[in-house]
Design a protein around this ligand. Structure first.
Ligand SMILES: Nc1ncnc2c1ncn2[C@@H]1O[C@H](COP(=O)(O)OP(=O)(O)OP(=O)(O)O)[C@@H](O)[C@H]1O
Length: 310
């Protein structure tokens, strides 16, 4: 590729398109620097776009998010995040890990958890300033947790903890937000609230990459999708990319003889639900699945997690 073409491809100089927040070209990620966990990934994400990562368990969704944070080495190809190598960009990224990576016994209040999202900016050994405290209050309000700010983090329900960690991811006003299965265990009201937040972020020019097992989330909240199964199977706009053929290649074509698992149809094809939620109804094409219906909040939060956490 010529230098001119390369620059145009990155959106850095031509066409008026905003520069991509992430540029990945044929990248391979390996935890031990030898054994690839995820190979041949190519993608661009621009401000205001949301990209869903979809694939079966072990496909490499979390690996890609951690690679973008510089936590998993890239052993081949190219990876630029916010115009830099991943570790240098990490302070400008909001990251929401999977809930099983949280430690609810950590003896801090919710407000302190959210303040941790400012530490990269203020440094571990400096006192928060007024702007930091204001940002924390704004982030708490954004996820609807102002009233619980002084509660011990471990005393919150699983859904409240998730929203608290989302506030931590947003508190430094990141340009890029990485969400690892943020809808797990959320009730309908909180799912709708998180979807609304994603919409607001996109409108303000933030780029989002979200790992999800949920087709509805992908079609309701995302502009693009990446189908993964230890390598990139397909990527592009949600509606044109999630075809039955691509889903076959991502998840494998199931037989109908195992009724012990959930199963669903996309077009005329039948799939097993292997940790896959929000499935389209039989006969519905994935691309036509409407946005999730928003219902008034049920009282209480049934999403409290009883799983052991690290
Ligand atoms: N810390 C680690 N060290 C070595 N290999 C790992 C590590 N974490 C994940 N892997 C491997 O990387 C591959 C991709 O795993 P990853 O967790 O990224 O999948 P995933 O798509 O996020 O799965 P899930 O839907 O179950 O969360 C798997 O083969 C997994 O065993």
């Amino acid at each position: 590729m010529t230098e001119t073409a390369e620059r145009r491809d990155d959106g850095l100089t031509t066409g008026g398109a905003p520069a991509p927040l992430v540029v990945i070209d044929d990248a391979t990620f390996a935890y031990d620097r030898h054994t690839p966990a995820l190979e041949h990934v190519t993608m661009r994400i621009r401000p205001g776009e949301a990209h869903a990562l979809i694939g079966p368990n072990g496909a490499g969704k979390s690996t890609l998010l951690k690679g973008l944070l510089g936590l998993v080495p890239v052993i081949g190809g190219r990876l630029d995040v916010l115009g830099a190598e991943p570790r240098r960009a990490a302070r400008s990224i909001g990251y929401m890990p999977q809930t099983d990576e949280l430690d609810p016994e950590f003896p801090v209040t919710l407000r302190q958890v959210v303040m941790m999202g400012r530490y990269r900016g203020i440094g571990m050994f400096r006192f928060p300033r007024r702007t930091d405290r204001d940002a924390v209050e704004a982030a708490l309000a954004r996820v609807g947790l102002t009233d619980l700010a002084d509660h011990h983090f471990g005393s919150l329900s699983g859904g409240q903890q998730q929203r608290g960690v989302l506030a931590r991811a947003l508190v430094a006003n990141p340009r890029l937000v990485l969400l690892d299965e943020p809808f797990n265990g959320l009730d309908r009201h909180n799912r709708a609230a998180v979807l609304g937040l994603m919409r607001d972020l996109r409108e303000s020019g933030v780029g989002i990459i979200v790992s999800t097992h949920d087709f509805e989330i992908a079609s309701a909240a995302c502009s693009h999708v990446l189908l993964l199964n230890r390598c990139l199977i397909a990527a592009g706009p949600v509606e044109s990319t999630m075809t039955p053929e691509v889903l076959d290649r991502t998840f494998g074509h199931a037989t109908a003889d195992d009724e012990s698992h959930g199963h669903f149809n996309v077009g005329h094809r039948h799939y097993h639900d292997t940790g896959f939620r929000g499935v389209p109804r039989p006969g519905h094409d994935v691309a036509s699945v409407p946005p999730r219906e928003v219902e008034p909040e049920a009282s209480g939060d049934p999403s409290r997690s009883s799983e052991p956490v690290r």
